[in-house]
Design a protein around this ligand. Structure first.
Ligand code: ZN
Ligand code: ZN
Length: 237
């Protein structure tokens, strides 16, 4: 057997042993996204966003954020509704495919994480228990756990709780109302904390505004939304 043949066979075996393949092109290799798909993704995600609400926008702060007076300070969004990452986030968040978390985390770690300011606490966006049960997990909590390791900041589940809003059917009324968990806050004062709220999808800023308002009332210094997909397609309808 020639040297080249042995080398080819060994390379083939090494490829088979590699634990993963690229989520986009299915090429077998060790990372969840291969280098050429990652390059394409980076170019695709290289657009200007409004610093405050995270919508694609050419200036730093969009018109509506100038007047809206949101209680949160910033939104860091990985992608918008046209991204190649949307099917991964949908599979994870809507259909309970937990394996997609590795792909999403990898994209975030390479594209967003190096530019991120540190935070003192991560809070998963509250979710109705029935929704979590039907999916099999609370997607924002899984994100909080993973992002907590990535950013070396602690996370806290259940600090903010949600209950269905009595006027939820009416237009412009948020579907949930949020409360501070007084038991947790009595043991975990958040005075002067920089807090990140993490969630898979952000459609409108109103619910995040409500949560940020509560956190600021309890003394939080800043509140940032960490969002995977910032979908603003229906915002002006
Ligand atoms: Zn690829
Ligand atoms: Zn804005």
């Amino acid at each position: 057997m020639s040297f080249q043949l042995i080398k080819n066979k060994l390379t083939h075996i090494a490829h088979l042993l590699q634990p993963s393949c690229c989520n986009f092109c299915q090429q077998r290799q060790s990372e969840p996204i291969c280098s050429s798909c990652l390059r394409e993704l980076k170019e695709n995600l290289n657009y200007r966003q409004c610093l405050i609400c995270g919508r694609p926008h050419l200036s730093w702060v969009c018109q509506s954020c100038h007047t809206a007076g949101w209680a949160f300070d910033q939104t860091v969004a990985l992608a918008n509704e046209t991204s190649r990452l949307v099917p991964c986030v949908k599979a994870f968040h809507l259909h309970g495919h937990i394996a997609q978390l590795a792909v999403i985390q990898y994209a975030w770690a390479i594209i967003k994480h190096p530019k991120m300011a540190p935070v003192d606490l991560i809070i998963p966006f509250p979710e109705n228990l029935k929704v979590s049960q039907s999916r099999g997990f609370w997607s924002a909590l899984e994100l909080a756990k993973t992002w907590s390791k990535l950013s070396k900041s602690p996370y806290c589940r259940g600090l903010i709780t949600a209950s269905p809003h009595p006027l939820a059917q009416k237009k412009d009324v948020a579907t949930h109302s949020f409360q501070m968990n007084v038991e947790i806050i009595s043991t975990l004062p958040i005075t002067n904390f920089r807090i990140a709220i993490i969630l898979p999808y952000m459609h409108r800023p109103h619910q995040l505004h409500e949560i940020a308002k509560i956190l600021k009332n309890y003394g939080a210094r800043s509140v940032i939304n960490w969002v995977l997909i910032r979908d603003s397609s229906k915002e002006n309808m």
